[in-house]
Design a protein around this ligand. Sequence first.
Ligand SMILES: Nc1ncnc2c1ncn2[C@@H]1O[C@H](COP(=O)(O)OP(=O)(O)OP(=O)(O)O)[C@@H](O)[C@H]1O
Length: 290
Amino acid sequence: MITVNNLTKRYGRHSAVDDVSFTCPPGTVTGFLGPNGAGKSTTMRMICGLTTPTSGTATIGGVPYRRLSNPGRQIGVLLDASAQHGGRTGREVLSLAAFTMGVRASAVRPALERVGLDATAARRRVRRYSLGMRQRLGLAHALIGDPSVLVLDEPANGLDPEGIFWMRGLLREFADRGGTVLLSSHLLREVEAVADHLVVIGNGRIVAGGSRDELLATSGTLVRAADPAALRDLLDRAGLDAAPATDGGVVVRAPAETIGRAAAEAGLVLLELRPAGPGGLEQLFLELTR
Ligand SMILES: Nc1ncnc2c1ncn2[C@@H]1O[C@H](COP(=O)(O)OP(=O)(O)OP(=O)(O)O)[C@@H](O)[C@H]1O
């Protein structure tokens, strides 16, 4: 369980993270979503004891990271895959991590295999790894202590579509076995497929959070009218926020009944009126983080 309570980080007058609270329960994957510069990395660094909060707390199983006795055995962290020591081989990186955490050396090979790094890759120096290979090695590093919590910052960066699919499966399985996963991304589509909880951050503040299905249910109503300009006028007059959808309709943050009644009163012909679904969540995400 990760518990974040009123976390704030200020750099001078700028609040990188502003009063952020959320929890990540065991058995779930939480997607931490926000555009570049929203405060995801800073929050994750505070969870992992790398950045000191201005105020607030973050705990793993009730204990702040810096007070964990052997943190790698409880929480696996992948914050910046490109920061690995380029002069070491993949196997050396993992052997050193295993040694530091008190994990037996025989765990190194299976850990590399688990993330799809074969014997040739294991012998290669990390400076010759692609970003995708570094992400895989970073994931192996996070997993080698057999932790119950994973914190991963943009782990899909540099992975090809097959790699992203593979990683989703790995994270889903980890959570299904009772693990806790927090992963960040600036792409809704990327986390939507694997996360069962979403926390959306914009300008350092939480702007939406809850189960993915809950957020989907509140993601608005898709409306398409025979006369799109008349629909826009009607929504403006009714004071209803609308965002353009990809298929020519608009997503409105209001129940279908409200829109349907307003359209009927104005004599407007509607071609479509339905819950916006995943596309609506995308609109909501864009709107919330604008
Ligand atoms: N060490 C620092 N000194 C000053 N400002 C910082 C520092 N670290 C982060 N910031 C600022 O805090 C804000 C949040 O940055 P952060 O890296 O947490 O965002 P992010 O959501 O992870 O974005 P990205 O996806 O681009 O990494 C940004 O405005 C950033 O410029």
